[in-house]
Design a protein around this ligand. Structure first.
Ligand code: ZN
Length: 169
């Protein structure tokens, strides 16, 4: 089932998500819905707070569904390694219409549970590293605008405020 994606301004997006204790049928349904919602958007990643659930879960597929091995579900993830730096354009399903250049590590290793509850690690470079870092940020209650400074950040926040006032956000 598709779930509505919350946008910047919704309180749950700025709160740290809670760890998942048990992978219940509700959690499984949430994961299925997140995958469906991510592909429909379309986006390369989606975190549970973006669909209004404060749980440490994200899904990622930088192939947008083209590579059957490209889909990853991470529950209670944590960083194992982060190194290097990349500067690329980035967007977010919770900030439709906005992109900005964001500094991110070039390579990351994340450890968490898959949907069966087994521990696994995922290593990413380039776009996957960027997506992993972006989704980890969501689970910590921050969006890519929070990594910007000065004019770039102010401009996005100002435009969102305008759109919100006009009832278009
Ligand atoms: Zn995002």
């Amino acid at each position: 089932m598709l779930r509505p994606i919350l946008r910047l301004g919704d309180a749950i997006l700025s709160e740290p998500a809670r760890p998942v204790d048990v992978i219940t049928p509700d959690v499984e349904t949430l994961i299925d819905d997140m995958i469906e919602t991510m592909y429909a958007a379309p986006g390369v990643g989606l975190a549970a707070p973006q669909v209004g659930v404060s749980s440490k879960i994200f899904v990622i597929d930088i192939s947008l569904g083209k590579d059957p091995a490209g889909l990853h579900t991470m529950i209670n993830p944590e960083f194992v390694e982060r190194e290097g730096m990349q500067l690329e354009e980035e967007g977010c399903l919770s900030l439709p219409g906005f992109t900005s250049t964001v500094a991110r590590p070039k390579r990351v290793v994340v450890k968490g549970l898959n949907r069966q509850g087994d521990e696994y690690t995922l290593e990413g470079t380039g776009l996957l590293a960027r997506a992993l870092q972006h989704e980890m940020d969501h689970l910590n209650g921050s969006l890519f605008v929070d990594r910007l400074r000065g004019i770039a950040r102010d401009m996005i926040l100002r435009k969102v405020k305008k759109l919100t006032k006009a009832g278009k956000w």
